[in-house]
Design a binder for this molecule. Structure first.
Ligand SMILES: [Zn+2]
Length: 229
């Protein structure tokens, strides 16, 4: 007798999706194929494994168009950071899918933000360059918990500003067809803190009046106040 193959847990999970999950949701998937996808939200999130967009937003298949990267950063539209998947995703989501919302979702204990302060291995030359997209959010202080949180939040606002440098984003925002949402997910609290442009700070979703900034207001930096909200 041959030895049984070693257990492949990942293969088992793929099989369970087909046998356990899919039969209960088959119609939805088939509708999404027949009618195409029409997500209303572009979700730009950090790649961190603890950030689970579908869980946080109680979303079903077909509802979120997602692009994730280290830090949830948005490259500048001028191409100075080369060809980039996030830029392509933004163009596709806005121009072809006509999304109504763009969420930029960072989070607590973000390794990307920590690496901005602590550095990366010498061999990680692309990562090192990539992290420069948060340079303007960094604070001239030691990277303690409070500075980390403030930097994480400032980085989110910075990406919202950079989004407004995309002509198709700016155009739709100014036309009232697109809203921008800056979210800071605090993993240990189970709470999203929503950037409120009027207040210039982040407000816990449990007491916030809306999930985003609505029509974009130019962000005026009030250093130190972000962390006070
Ligand atoms: Zn992160």
């Amino acid at each position: 007798m041959n030895e049984p193959p070693p257990a492949d847990e990942l293969l088992q999970r793929l099989r369970r999706f087909k046998s356990d999950y899919f039969p209960h949701h088959q119609q939805r998937f088939q509708d999404l194929v027949a009618q195409g996808q029409h997500p209303k939200t572009l979700f730009i999130g950090c790649s961190d494994s603890r950030l689970v967009p579908y869980l946080l937003t109680d979303a079903a298949p077909g509802e979120l168009f997602i692009v994730r990267n280290v830090g949830a950063f948005v490259p500048p539209y001028d191409g100075s950071h080369g060809l980039h998947g996030t830029t392509a995703a933004i163009e596709f989501a806005v121009l072809s899918l006509n999304v109504e919302r763009i969420v930029v979702c960072g989070h607590s204990h973000c390794g990307a933000i920590r690496a901005c302060y602590e550095g990366v291995p010498d061999e990680a030359v692309v990562l090192k360059e990539w992290l420069k997209l948060a340079d303007e959010a960094m604070l001239p202080v030691q990277a303690g918990p409070e500075a980390m949180r403030r930097t994480e939040q400032r980085a989110i606002v910075l990406q919202l500003e950079r989004l407004m440098g995309y002509p198709m984003v700016r155009r739709n925002v100014e036309a009232g067809k697109l809203t921008l949402h800056g979210w800071h997910y605090v993993i240990e609290e189970g709470e999203i803190h929503v950037f409120d442009a009027q207040q210039g700070g982040f407000v816990p979703a449990s007491i916030a009046s809306n999930s985003g900034t609505g029509p974009y207001q130019p962000y005026v930096e009030h250093d130190g106040q972000i962390a006070d909200c």
